[in-house]
Design a protein around this ligand. Structure first.
Ligand code: FE
Length: 200
């Protein structure tokens, strides 16, 4: 299992951030780095890829010591989906396995939220961006009803500790903190170096 892929990606992402790119450059160059990471589905340990039948999992792969960014594996069981939510920071979604559907939303007036165009299908190897600059509100679901999909997300902060918004259909926003799901460390192939910490 090529364990170098994730550390190599983290090193490259740190170098990108150190260059202090503007938002557009960060999206473009960060997307290219993430596309490189998800181009090969041979590095995520099985203990990080097992779905929970009850709900999708958000397993931290890396949380920057200075909270500049975090890398999270989303493991979607068949048909699992998020509520409508925002992020409040930039985000990149790279599809590692399977596919997901991202349905964007927008406000029309203060009280009403509508679908902003059709759902976007993100297939394995593809990368999409979310965030306040490009559209921050969406609902995501596994595009498959019969198998697991996995996406690798990169966010402009420690997403498991950021207070952000969850929306009802009428546009009402409640704040939430998504937190993280631990990987299955009981497995022999669970690599300790992948687990920097899990928020309580
Ligand atoms: Fe999202």
């Amino acid at each position: 299992m090529p364990l170098h892929r994730l550390p190599g990606f983290i090193d490259a992402f740190e170098a990108l951030l150190a260059s202090e790119p503007d938002d557009a450059s960060l999206r473009k160059e960060g997307s290219a780095l993430l596309a490189g990471l998800v181009a090969h589905d041979d590095w995520l340990p099985a203990g990080h890829a097992r779905p929970d039948p009850a709900r999708y999992r958000q397993i931290p792969l890396h949380i920057d010591a200075r909270k500049r960014f975090s890398v999270v594996a989303f493991v979607w069981g068949p048909g699992q989906s998020t509520p409508i939510h925002d992020h409040t920071v930039w985000g990149l979604i790279g599809m590692l396995r399977g596919a997901e559907l991202s349905q964007p939303y927008r406000f029309v007036g203060a009280q009403r939220m509508v679908e902003a165009g059709p759902a976007l299908r993100i297939a394995a190897g593809q990368v999409e961006a979310v965030g306040p600059e490009v559209g921050d509100i969406h609902r995501v679901r596994n595009a498959h009803d019969d198998r697991t999909s996995i996406s690798i997300h990169v966010y402009g902060g420690d997403i498991g500790a950021i207070e952000r918004g969850i929306y009802r259909e009428d546009g009402r926003r409640d704040t939430f903190v998504s937190g993280y799901t631990p990987a299955d460390l009981d497995r022999a192939d669970a690599p300790r170096p992948f687990i920097p910490h899990v928020n309580p």
